[in-house]
Design a protein around this ligand. Structure first.
Ligand code: ATP
Ligand code: MG
Length: 342
């Protein structure tokens, strides 16, 4: 039986990369699967978040999920901190995972920067909490962007080590030869890695200090057009086929965005725009982006006008998530040898 889990951090500025790399796939997977989509507020505070802003951003990610087409009645949408199984299982995983595994994570190295001693302990343990998010539901498939591949490999390592370390106890408690599934990453869809508009070597990120590096779902038409106009490019005209984008990361990114938003291949896009200058391509890309993202942004703003409704969606989702995770966590406690109130 498949079960889908994924999360998005309420760290502000939901952008085109989150949309094409994650949320579009969340929507598509709903059709044939049981899906759990989480606003991971506990992950967000691994770097400082202004409290009132965090609250607003939790609602904004929820609004984006619903505006993009996630059905919070058929599926489960909630914020992580409302279901304590995440924190409880994360602690147990902190004791399964090794410090060396965490130290090797490129996201930690990027986000901690030079002063690693001064990063929060939570930032180091981030992948352990992520493993808990997924495995608290015994999820089998996790749709994510390319940047999360390494963390998902670590989730598999943690599941494997737990299954091995506790193999005897797992069997003794009647759970067979493995308690946690070995989760499959789902890194597919139109664009698994959208790059920054300012730097073709960095991924588009919520936490990039430059707002010109990304197109936000909440941007209006003028902002989208201006950001695309200012996007970094080289001076060459567009090539006639995708092959010609090699070694031109900024051009590759913009053509990739056009392809993803229009449902075409890069070769299709270049059949139309090959030989043309960016001064001609950028306005076409801006129109397309406004066309595709405008309605999502509009619906987000409409939903954000009623915070009580969003909070009710999250409360209902949290109750249903808790009902799934609770017995799975109870099993873990029995396997580990804890005594629990029955
Ligand atoms: P932050 O900078 O705070 O880490 P983020 O932009 O990386 O923010 P996350 O909440 O960490 O966003 O990730 C949510 C989902 O979006 C994940 O599945 C992640 O892989 C995906 N994602 C993030 N950035 C991109 C991108 N540039 N292209 C494609 N997918 C992306
Ligand atoms: Mg991220």
């Amino acid at each position: 039986k498949t079960r889908i889990f994924s999360g998005v951090q309420p760290t502000g500025n939901l952008h085109l990369g989150n949309y094409l790399g994650a949320i579009v796939n969340f929507v598509a997977l709903q059709e044939a699967n049981e899906c759990i989509y989480c606003v991971v507020d506990m992950h967000a505070i691994t770097v400082w978040q202004e409290p009132a802003e965090l609250t607003r951003q939790i609602r904004e990610v929820t609004a984006a999920f619903v505006a993009a087409g996630i059905d919070p009645v058929k599926h489960v949408v909630f914020n992580q901190s409302q279901v304590s199984a995440h924190a409880e299982l994360a602690w147990i995983f902190n004791c399964v995972a090794r410090i060396g595994w965490m130290n090797r994570m490129t996201q930690f190295k990027d986000k901690a920067g030079k002063d690693k001693e001064n990063a929060s302990l939570g930032l180091l343990a981030y992948p352990s909490l992520m493993a808990a998010d997924i495995l608290a539901y015994q999820a089998t498939h996790v749709p994510v962007g390319e940047d999360q591949k390494q963390h998902l490999e670590l989730t598999r390592d943690i599941a494997q080590k737990f299954n091995n370390d506790y193999a005897e106890s797992i069997a003794a408690h009647g759970f067979g030869d493995a308690y946690f599934p070995i989760t499959e990453p789902v890194i597919t869809g139109p664009a698994t890695r959208i790059m920054s508009l300012r730097d073709g070597s960095k991924k588009m990120s919520k936490s990039d200090p430059s707002d010109y590096s990304r197109i936000n779902l909440a941007d209006d038409a003028d902002a989208i057009a201006q950001k695309i106009r200012k996007a970094k490019t080289d001076a060459e005209p567009l090539p006639g086929e995708a092959e010609g984008l090699k070694g031109r990361p900024e051009a590759d990114n913009l053509v990739g965005i056009y392809a993803a938003l229009s449902g075409l291949t890069k070769d299709d896009v270049l059949r139309e725009f090959g030989g043309q200058q960016f001064s001609a391509f950028k306005p076409a890309l801006a129109d397309l982006a406004v066309d595709k993202l405008g309605p999502v942004g509009g619906e987000m703003r409409r939903l954000m006008a009623d915070p009580g409704h969003i909070d009710a969606i999250l409360a209902d989702g949290a109750a249903r998530a808790d009902a799934i995770a609770r017995p799975i966590l109870d099993g873990v406690k029995d396997i580990v040898g804890f005594i629990r109130r029955k």
